[in-house]
Design a protein around this ligand. Sequence first.
Ligand code: FEO
Length: 401
Amino acid sequence: MKPVEIKKDIFWVGAVDYVSRDFHGYSLSPQGTTYNAYVVKDEKTVLFDNVKEGFLSTLLCRLSQVVEPEKIDYIVCNHLEPDHAGCLPELIKLCKPEKIYCSPMGKRSMEAHFDIEGWPVEVVKTGDSINIGSRDIHFVETRMLHWPDSMVSYIPQDKLLICNDAFGQNIASTERYADEVDRAVLEHAMTEYYHNIVLPFSPIVIKTLDLIAEMKLDIDMLAPDHGLIFRGDDVQWCLNKYREFAEQGWKKRAVIVYDTMWHSTEKMAYAVASGLESEGVPCRIMWLKSDHHSAVMTELSRCGAVIFGSPTHNNGLLPNVAKMLTYMKGLRPQNKIGGAFGSFGWSGECVKQLTEWIGDMGFEMPVEGVKVKHVPKHDTYQDCYNMGVEIAKALKEKCGE
Ligand code: FEO
């Protein structure tokens, strides 16, 4: 396991987690992920972030090829979530750093995670900087990207932004740079990461991108703490991609998300899809017994309409649908049209409850939901088809057609 020199005397010393498919306990990381850490060698040697518990030996293996750990002078904690600070107590014991830098909220987070008595913690805020010899490190707080404690570190002499969770992707591979992998693979991984991790903070992303522009930060490398590093022209490509994600413009595409007991609701899904298709709106049908809630969010990133199907079960929704709605609502997607359908046996609350969820998420619902007792017949299929047509028309209008 070798360190990678990403700039002169600046090294990636992180760990690749090829195994984990569970990102932060709620999202899917289909390829695994990386926990990136960086070390800068100057008059003072600085370690930026560290790795998840269990990966300390990997970090130390790479780090010790660059510098003896006890020669680390400063540790910068851009974020205290355990995937970036999980080995902090062991590293402090080993390195005995002169200073540990974090944001004001970072200090609170550090106190809540660890016993920090005797740690040489130094709080830094946006606008603060330190000199480490031939380089300066400027700190910029990026609250809620991804936690209140998050910050990024900018080294102007190297045009390098060490950006923590921002601009990450869950890619576990031997490549270190975004320009070394297939662009479609990279874009999919960025989309998946953004729409499952960063999406609720989109207004903050826009402000942060504006701040980067205002501060005229000259950046030729973005080094995130998950996945691949962006360099050269890819830096602006990545910033543009984030602005596009954050703005969440209308898109002429739909996704139908459902679960089913005896396949009545499933059959209705196909009729809704036919209606959408007849109006030239492409759609994907996702069955929640096969499709993970993270995959639905990734698909939703391409869609302006989301149509939910659930039978009534014990006066409510099927558990997979309720789980999906809870997850989606928390991620706060914007600019969506919603729709609802489902079958029932006797009480029939499904469509009413789906409609309430759709309203709670702030989605527009141009057509009433469709429900059917037990098994759909021709009339119900027609109603579902018509619902697809009406949603498609409303969506095309939003898209300016
Ligand atoms: Fe990758 Fe918010 O931790």
